[in-house]
Design a protein around this ligand. Structure first.
Ligand SMILES: Cc1ncc(COP(=O)(O)OP(=O)(O)O)c(N)n1
Ligand SMILES: Cc1ncsc1CCOP(=O)(O)O
Length: 520
């Protein structure tokens, strides 16, 4: 994004009140140390309770430090102080002095940033031709008690996507709850070469002001912000799917690699999930222990997070697992079982999706509609996106699956009579399977493991999901042929056998009968 001013928003420090330090000297020393890192590109002086005179006196001292470090100084809210101290910039919100007044009173060279929490505000900032936008809070923050609700990384991504459609939109810095733990994820979500979405930097208070080593904290943030490769991001592998070659490749790799899948799944489906993974030539580990998450993330190839029998602690446990598996660069499959049924399930689903990178979201039509519906409460609502009912046509459902995949920059696998897989660019329909699968408890949940193993081995996330799901469904069709339509009990055993054969004989006609279509 362009700006007439050539300033760099990448690591933007906003100060906490001088009164929160033991003395003014300690505060100034903290700022000087932070600035000595050479990592801070803008410093905003933000004081909400000082008189104009006290604010100006402090601003003069801080200006000496920023001048020495050659970092532009921005004054929060106070036009008088900004003018008097000759600051390089002013940051204002919607309750402050109006942008047009500020623009008239300040020299042309002074840049003016405006806050936005919503798409409408961001568009208004663009219309006013603000020099930059402070977008947030992105994540929950305790540094601004009167902040609007967070928009999270996916909300920021959507707002940036809309802004990117405008000619000459202002650059954007994200603010609110940003720290070393989420900067990489935010950067990845909001700087997507594919869609032209760009975030120009991160603004922080506590990540630097509350750090005992503000210079080190600033350097780490800069390093994270400048990353262009991400531990958790899928490799840019593209398989030609559908094709017999892709089918053989992915299943062949599963057989060779025997992916180890950590199942954090519900108590009802433990046995079928473990058996299906073994039959698929992968290995299961079943564990819901919080203290094992770190260790298991290092040895497993992926994790399945299934909220089928959750409790109040599940979101903390699962967000810990997302962080650990993201840090280890391993696959995360999330199955929001019954996501819409209760408040606890809706909230848990939302928290997991907000917490980090999910490689695959897998659910039935109503679960995916709930995931989409959560978004309808935030940014999507402003864009008029309605949740799609599970009885809608396949095309309408495919559209929603694609949108959810795009927003979370993930792959979505929607199961049903017609399965739909999308990574936000490519969307497939899959029409294999048998009604006997619906009479088998855990058939859908066990698929989470099959997808994790396929992706861990196969490379191309969405392509591997299509292959894994097709192999699973074709095996079910073969089993149904063996046992007949009215034997759900015997069906399960034969299905497990057929899954085993599908991987064992990956090269031998296993793809025959596949009904997979890549939508245009
Ligand atoms: C970079 C940046 N972005 C947003 C804000 C928030 O400003 P505002 O809405 O005016 O709220 P207060 O900071 O005044 O509480 C900011 N300060 N900086
Ligand atoms: C000033 C401001 N505006 C939106 S969120 C926020 C506070 C950011 O502080 P922190 O980085 O500590 O979350």
């Amino acid at each position: 994004m362009e700006s007439k001013h050539n300033f760099d928003l990448s690591v933007y420090l906003v100060t906490s009140p001088v009164a929160s330090f033991p003395s003014e000297d300690a505060y100034l020393k903290h700022l000087e140390t932070a600035l000595s890192s050479d990592a801070i590109t803008v410093l905003q002086l933000r004081e909400k309770k000082l008189s104009d005179d006290a604010f100006l006196a402090l601003a003069r001292k801080v200006k000496k430090l920023t001048d020495k470090a050659k970092v532009p100084l921005v004054i929060n809210d106070n036009l008088f102080v900004c003018k008097e101290v000759g600051a390089e910039g002013l940051h204002i919100g919607w309750d402050d002095v109006g942008y047009e007044t500020a623009r008239k009173e300040l020299p042309e060279s002074t840049f003016i940033g405006l806050s936005a929490s919503t798409l409408d505000q961001a568009l208004a900032c663009a219309r006013l031709k603000a020099d930059y936008i402070g977008l947030g809070p992105i994540f929950p923050t305790s540094s601004k008690p009167d902040a609007n609700p967070p928009c999270f990384a996916y909300g920021a991504r959507e707002i940036l996507e809309e802004l990117s459609k405008l000619e000459g939109a202002p650059p954007v810095v994200g603010i609110g709850g940003i720290d070393e733990g989420n900067t990489e994820y935010l950067q990845w979500m909001c700087n997507d070469g594919r869609s032209g979405v760009t975030l120009d930097g991160v603004a922080v208070i506590s990540a630097i002001m509350a750090s005992p080593q503000p210079d080190e904290a600033a350097k780490r943030l800069k390093e994270l912000w400048e990353r262009t490769t991400y531990t958790f991001a899928p490799k840019p592998v593209t398989l030609e799917v559908p094709s017999g070659t892709a089918f053989r490749t992915v299943l062949g790799k599963v057989r060779e690699k025997k992916p180890l899948v950590h199942n954090m799944t519900n108590t009802v489906v433990q046995t079928i999930s473990a058996n299906m993974l073994l039959a698929f030539h992968a290995s299961p580990i079943m564990s819901l222990a919080s203290s094992e998450v770190e260790d298991l993330s290092k040895i497993c190839d992926g994790v399945v997070l299934n909220i089928g029998t959750l409790d109040e602690s599940t979101s903390t446990l699962f967000t810990k697992a997302v962080a650990a598996y993201n840090a280890a660069g391993k696959v995360v499959v999330f199955d929001p079982v019954g996501a819409g049924a209760t408040k606890l399930r809706r909230e848990t689903t939302k928290r997991i999706l907000e917490s980090g990178y999910i490689t695959v979201i897998k659910g039935n039509a109503s679960e995916i509609a709930t995931v989409a519906g959560d978004l309808a409460g935030s940014v999507a609502e402003q864009r008029g996106v309605d949740a799609v009912k599970s009885d809608s046509s396949v095309d309408v459902q495919a559209e929603l699956v694609l949108k959810v995949a795009k927003r979370y920059r993930t792959t979505v696998v929607q199961t049903g009579e017609v399965d739909i897989v999308s990574d936000g660019t490519r969307t497939w329909t899959l029409r294999n399977g048998t009604p006997l699968q619906e009479l088998t408890t855990g058939a859908g949940c066990a698929l989470g493991g099959i997808l994790a193993a396929s992706v861990a081995a196969g490379g191309d996330v969405a392509g591997s999901c299509v292959v894994g799901l097709t192999a699973y469904n074709l095996a079910a069709e073969r089993a149904a042929k063996v046992v007949g339509d009215s034997s759900p009990g015997s069906f399960v055993g034969v299905w497990v056998d057929e899954v085993h054969k599908a991987v064992k004989d990956a090269g031998a006609g296993g793809y025959d009968g596949a009904r997979v279509e890549l939508l245009k």
